[in-house]
Design a protein. Sequence first.
Length: 138
Amino acid sequence: MKIISKLLLILFFVSFSNSQTTEYLIFSDDGENEFLGCIGCGIYNSKSICNEFGTYGSEFNSKSIWNEFGTYGSEFSSYSPWNEFSSNGPKLVDKDGNFYGRFSINEYNGFQLSEDLLKIYNYYDGNLEKVRKQFCGE
């Protein structure tokens, strides 16, 4: 039963990341309003958080949410989506600037799928490379 629920969760989340018709933009909430990438813009888009060779999908770039040592990827940074206690995780907006919540594993201050993102994060013990692959459907 536990395996089935994990598989359903994974399928749900992969379908969310792959079937986006709306492009969402991610911005920091650190006073700089730094652009951190896009979701639903295609995995080969250079601005996509799913493009591991692009600025925002790389685990090495300082502006990437996948860089566990960076401001926007560290589990200890209040500006990272991976800090489950932070209320300053990255903002999720559409191209018109409409706010959809925070791209965060904080279930109380995140977006509609924060609980699912937290489950995937915990399932992979915080391994951001595995979380990225799961989120992006690789």
